[in-house]
Structure formats: structure tokens, C-alpha cells
Unconditional design. Structure first.
Lengths: 116, 113
């Protein structure tokens, strides 16, 4: 099943904060976050793993609530460059007999627009 | 190479023709994935390669779709007898370790007329 992202769209002024949520009905091994600008490739932002480990870069943070199977991406002090569509991709626990190989099911995306 | 390279960037084909889409992953990345993105939609998994093997082909929509990878490097996605519903952006991604995320290519925009 496709994870559900909310909100579908958000409009901000520079410097404002935003939170994007990603919920799954299945037990998850990992949650990936990507940002895609129009006509460009999705760019990796962050991965959150079962057990609490996080791997990522840039000034973006995220959380993963294993009980709720929900992840949230926190964008603070937004910049114009943050504009784009944000996708979460989830990997189910138990893929390929318990071995992770990165098969992701992506949400429908959240369109973030930052205005000056 | 420095990034994941896909070719062609755009392809317009007539319904019923066959097409080949190419992906050149980052050197050393053993894992390679194909996804499809339809207009305004999220990314749909098609197939995963580890080296030259494809342990998971579960996302291929029909037997008109096939893919191969040679030399642990370049991959080709072939669509036979294209249909209008095949129109989409086909994205390739590679990774040295899925726990560190993917690097996506810029995609091939396929239009079937």
C-alpha cells in the first residue's frame, strides 16, 4: 500500500517552518525522504531506519514513530530553494526475507512553495 | 561517472513500436532500480537489480516490459508494443547501500502517440 502524505500542498514565506507527514499501514524498516524540483531528478534528503538510526545531510531533520509507522519531515527557517515536491518512500519490514534492499513505495508527494 | 545518466532524455514513439531506455549508474553502485512516474503521481517501483541479477521484478506492469543489466553496470529497460498508458517519466536510481539512499537519474520522458 502507498503511504499517505499530508498535507498535499503547503505555501510558506521565507523563514517560516513546515512539517510534512508520511503514514503507513504496514510495519516499516525504513523511511526515505526525497525532494524533486520541476523537471529534475528526485534528490535524497534523509533516511530513517527502524531502531531510530538516521542518515542524511543538509539542514533538514526528521523523525520516525515506530508505534504509529509515521515519519515527519521538519523544514525550519525555509528558504526559496526548499520549494519543490517532497516524497516519502517506505520500505516494509520483512522485504526479501528480512533483508533490506531498498525497494520503496512512494507517497503521492507534498508540494511545497516558498515565497519571498 | 559522477551521476546516474539516462538516455534518451525524451522519446516520442508511435503506439505499437518498441523502445529501449538506458541507464548508466554511478560506478561501483551494485544496486540499481527502475521507477515510473506518471503525470502528477508518485514514483512506482518497476524492478530492482543487484549486480546483474533481478531478484525483484514484481513491479513490471506486463510482459511487454523487460529489463536487463550487464557487467554490473548499464541497464536497459525495454517496452515492447508500446501503449498510450506507458507514457510517463522512467527514472533509474542506483545505490552502493540502500541504507544511505539512492541517487536518481534525470529520467526519460516517454510519450506514446
Amino acid at each position: 500500500q502507498q503511504p499517505v502524505q499530508s498535507p498535499q500542498a503547503v505555501i510558506l514565506r521565507e523563514g517560516e517552518d513546515a512539517v510534512i507527514n508520511c503514514s503507513s499501514s504496514k510495519a516499516l524498516y525504513s523511511v526515505h525522504w526525497y525532494r524533486q524540483k520541476h523537471g529534475e531528478a528526485p534528490v535524497f534528503l534523509m533516511i530513517l531506519l527502524k531502531g531510530g538510526e538516521q542518515k542524511g545531510h543538509d539542514k533538514i531533520s526528521a523523525s520516525f514513530n515506530e508505534k504509529k509507522q509515521q515519519s515527519s519531515l521538519y523544514l525550519t527557517a525555509s528558504q526559496l530553494s526548499y520549494s519543490g515536491t517532497y516524497f516519502c518512500g517506505t520500505e516494509r519490514w520483512g522485504n526479501a526475507g528480512g533483508t533490506s534492499y531498498g525497494k520503496l513505495t512512494f507517497g503521492q508527494g507534498t508540494i511545497l512553495t516558498v515565497h519571498p | 561517472g559522477a551521476g546516474v545518466s539516462q538516455s534518451p532524455s525524451n522519446k516520442v514513439t508511435e503506439k505499437g513500436k518498441d523502445v529501449e531506455l538506458r541507464c548508466d549508474p554511478i560506478s561501483g553502485h551494485t544496486a540499481l532500480y527502475w521507477y515510473r512516474q506518471s503525470l502528477g503521481q508518485g514514483l512506482e517501483f518497476l524492478i530492482y537489480f543487484q549486480g546483474n541479477s533481478a531478484p525483484d521484478k514484481s513491479g513490471l506492469p506486463s510482459d511487454r516490459f523487460s529489463a536487463e543489466r550487464t557487467g554490473g553496470s548499464v541497464s536497459t529497460l525495454t517496452i515492447q508494443r508500446t501503449q498510450q498508458e506507458d507514457s510517463a517519466v522512467y527514472l533509474c536510481a542506483s545505490s552502493f547501500d540502500p541504507n544511505y539512499g539512492y541517487t536518481f537519474g534525470s529520467g526519460t520522458r516517454l510519450t506514446v502517440v
